[in-house]
Design a binder for this molecule. Structure first.
Ligand code: BTN
Length: 269
């Protein structure tokens, strides 16, 4: 057995144990944990679970995805054995207007999880949904919600986190990285998964508490957001990203000095 095969076998055994017992160190996240060898998209699986009444915190992890989705209809390359592909079902009491904040708060949680393995100064959030290490993407987040009135009925928080080094497709080579590349391989996928689940639980609890807990999250995001200060173009709006609004909008200062709040979009730096 090669080292890679041995590592994969150990990681699989840890995921299988989680699927059997649920996560031990959390209060509500991943108490129901489904582990699949291959699936089309864990976000689709979590949405199906939501329709069947699955509980807040239900988590689905796949070793590989046949049709992993990124933002804006892009594909999320999901090969077997190197990375984490997971979706967490939330049943949050959150206003639809605050849904963008859920993406950002997930990014903050993933960044905090990455801090446990690599130098924390190198880990940043690129607004609105990327986590980066030394300015290369290590994780992407795709939140998909279902709405009832002006509240979110359920939200599926999907995230892909690159963990072990592997050859990248040509188009990703200069843009993407993995945790293992920045800690001499001293990371396993189960350890990274537990770190993400713990941090996500804490961050979502604070978001749902609101008030000063929520304010603290937004302050932490401002400190982590590597987009602030950069010249950006987002869906036709060009200027300097000056701040994050309390709802997570990016406040862009335009040539004429006015501030435009951008709530969603894709940045070109
Ligand atoms: C992005 O950066 O564009 C977001 C990528 C989100 C990928 C994850 S992998 C697990 C979950 N299932 C999916 O199909 N997509 C998300």
């Amino acid at each position: 057995m090669t080292d890679d095969e041995a590592r994969l076998a150990e990681e699989r055994a840890a995921f299988e144990a989680l699927a059997r017992d649920g996560a031990a160190g959390t209060r509500w996240i991943a108490k129901r944990f489904e582990y699949r060898d291959a699936t089309d998209s864990t976000n689709d699986d979590a949405r199906a679970a939501a329709r069947e009444g699955a509980a807040h915190g239900t988590t689905i992890l796949a070793e590989s995805q046949r049709a992993g989705r990124g933002r804006r209809g892009r594909a999320w390359h999901s090969p077997l054995g190197s990375n984490l592909y997971l979706s967490v079902l939330l049943r949050p009491r959150i206003a639809v207007a605050d849904a963008p904040l859920l993406t950002l708060v997930t990014g903050l949680a993933v960044a905090r999880a990455c801090d446990r393995f690599v130098s924390p100064e190198s880990v940043t959030v690129k607004w609105p949904n990327d986590v980066r290490v030394h300015r290369k993407k290590v994780a992407g987040i795709l939140v998909e919600g279902s709405v009832r009135g002006d509240q979110l009925d359920s939200a599926v928080v999907g995230l892909g986190l690159n963990v072990h080094p592997r050859p990248w497709p040509e188009e990703l080579r200069d843009k993407a990285t993995c945790l293992g590349a920045h800690c001499d391989g001293r990371v396993t996928r189960p350890a990274a998964l537990l770190a993400v689940l713990e941090e996500l639980e804490l961050a979502v609890d604070k978001l749902l508490l609101g008030g000063s807990s929520r304010d603290a999250l937004v302050r932490a995001l401002r400190a982590r957001c590597d987009t602030l200060g950069a010249r950006v173009t987002i869906d036709g709006v060009t200027g300097v990203a000056r701040d994050l609004g309390d709802d997570g909008a990016l406040l862009v200062e335009r040539e004429d000095g006015s501030l435009t709040a951008v709530r969603a979009g894709e940045i070109t730096e």
